[in-house]
Design a binder for this molecule. Structure first.
Ligand SMILES: Nc1ncnc2c1ncn2[C@@H]1O[C@H](COP(=O)(O)OP(=O)(O)OP(=O)(O)O)[C@@H](O)[C@H]1O
Length: 284
């Protein structure tokens, strides 16, 4: 299987083609701004596609468009062979079990007045799972995301940010989805907690074969998590390829800039990078 081309045909789980999205500016006469300018990407079953780009480049908008949360101007979004764009709400809800999301902020993504157990059981009950079985499955999810069994009886405010994100992950994976949009899932967490949550996502992918659209501004996180990486710049995908290649030998000048501006833990390496960046600017 070649990883150098966009997935196409039967082994594609998600195919986004020539996607255009624009937003109206503030004020009645304000012109519309095109935020996605013909974006294309594809994800195979079980694969992680990393989507990286600087703030405001349109990463979140792609995820939101896939989830049906923003209207699209043109282009197509096909998931498991069905066109999602323009799909009626009820049909989309039926598909919802196959397509889930983990947001950046674990403090706002959980209902503060519901126990963790209720939050996790809700999608199961909505799918017709019986209460007793739902309780059993909630206990199973909690142990898989390494939360104690008594977590079910507690409210979100009784947990740390990292623990809340584990709850959000358990909720997203409860219905055994085929694709999870992970929108900056670890950006709000400290470094140690980030590493543990990333490991958990990888482990769950190995166990379940779920695919991820992994959105992040952090190149090192994206490299670690992804099979392939797409780089977005001002609403356009400028480069897509295997994660190792794109993050070590990028083709596009913008990816090289992104790479040189990414902070690294090693200060010597960081200084070297800064010098390389200055040199590149001087040469360009
Ligand atoms: N609902 C909206 N209404 C108007 N403008 C929007 C809306 N959502 C996003 N935008 C604009 O679209 C552009 C892309 O935003 P988006 O959130 O997709 O970027 P991003 O790459 O995810 O950035 P960040 O890393 O900062 O989250 C930004 O200029 C943003 O202001």
């Amino acid at each position: 299987m070649s990883t150098h081309h966009e997935p196409d045909g039967t082994d594609t789980l998600l195919a986004v083609r020539d996607l255009r999205v624009s937003f109206r500016g503030k004020g009645r006469r304000a012109p519309r701004t095109e935020v996605l300018k013909g974006v294309g990407l594809g994800i195979r079953p079980g694969e992680t596609l990393g989507l990286v780009g600087e703030s405001g480049s349109g990463k979140t908008t792609i995820g939101r468009a896939v989830l049906g949360l923003v209207p699209v101007d043109s282009g197509s979004i096909t998931f498991a062979g069905a066109r999602l764009d323009g799909m009626k709400r009820a049909r989309r809800r039926a598909l919802g079990r196959d397509l889930q999301v983990i947001f950046q902020d674990p403090y706002t993504s959980l209902n503060p007045s519901r126990t963790v157990g209720d939050t996790l059981a809700e999608p199961l009950l909505a799918q017709g799972v019986r209460a007793k079985e739902a309780r059993g499955r909630v206990g199973d999810f909690l142990s898989r995301v390494r939360l104690p069994a008594d977590a079910a009886a507690r409210l979100p405010r009784e947990f740390s940010g990292g623990q809340r994100q584990r709850v959000a992950i358990a909720r997203a994976l409860a219905l055994r989805p085929r694709l999870v949009v992970c929108d900056e899932p670890v950006s709000a967490l400290d470094l140690t907690t980030q590493a543990a949550v990333l490991e958990l996502l990888l482990e769950l992918q190995e166990q379940t074969g779920v695919a991820y659209l992994f959105v992040s501004h952090d190149l090192s996180v994206v490299r670690y998590m992804s099979h392939r990486v797409s780089v977005i710049h001002h609403g356009e995908i400028v480069e897509t390829g295997p994660a190792d290649r794109v993050t070590s030998h990028p083709d596009h000048p913008y990816t090289r800039t992104l790479l040189l501006s990414a902070p690294v833990a090693d200060v010597t390496r960081q200084r070297q990078r800064r010098e390389e960046a200055a040199h590149a600017r001087g040469a360009g």
